[in-house]
Design a protein around this ligand. Sequence first.
Ligand code: TRP
Length: 331
Amino acid sequence: MSQNKTILSGIQPTGKLHFGRYFGAVENWKRLQEEYDCLYMVVNYHAMTMPFEAKKLAENTWELCFNLLACGIKPENLFIQSLVPEHTELNWILNCFSSYGQLTRMTQFKDKGGQNEDFISAGLLTYPVLQAADILIYKAGIVPVGKDQEQHLELTRDIAQRFNNFAGKEFFPVPEALYTKVPKVMSTADPTRKMSASLGDKHNIDVFADEKRIRKQIRSAVTDTGGDGGDAGAMSAGVANLFSLLDAAGRSDEHAALMADYESGALRYADLKETVADGLVNVAKNIQERLTMLKSDRRAVKDQIKQSSWEIRQRAQETMKEVKGICGLVR
Ligand code: TRP
């Protein structure tokens, strides 16, 4: 990865920030800031593609901004998509460089469209084109995302190449997905499924929950699924998930010690759970303290996000000027 590449990623203002999202994405975003020019955005336009409520959308957008800052995302790197309306302007132009057939084949479109058959918005279909605009408008080269976004990234690359062909030059860098090895955090209530807000409260642990709740959720984590037993000697999904949470929480010494106990057959699940809970509570505590501080002056924080969005918008406007020139659009 070259140092001069811009990193861009987006996160939807839906649901809460649980440990799956924190360890799986946000913590990695935070680390990347040390080395790269990073742009992180709350994608509120994308959140309109499924049924939504206006009041909730506004609340969730700000809530997520505060939460991301509390997690250590730098304010100058964070912005709100709707404060840079050029994303939607580029979206239109890129629609005209996107294959309709390819869009209808996106698995996310098929999945989400299938969930809501009586009304499927055209926005759901063109969702990945807006995502391409998000990336290309900053000429970003690296996009940290989960594997679930692979197809969308592939589409972005196709659009960039088609546009570059039209322009007759390498105008947009063809971006690369960055799949950093992040822990895959499973639901503690059902360790065969990914931790997720949409599965319901017991399937995710909120980074902003109080200590009592975090401990309670870990204490009630499924360990042995019972029933068929599976391979004798193979670690159950629930226990493996607790170990990976321990590792994610930065407790590698305790992880090693408890793993040795597991291997010798001496591990007590209660001890493992206690240690995992300590680790998560500690991670949560630091983040929650920062959130309290940020919330003591909400106004200042919102102004800061508006300011960074305004500055980032200048970069988007530069690209739009060039794009319109290339396309022969009168300005
Ligand atoms: N579709 C992404 C997701 O659901 C969110 C997203 C929107 C995004 N725009 C982006 C991710 C641009 C990376 C780059 O996770």
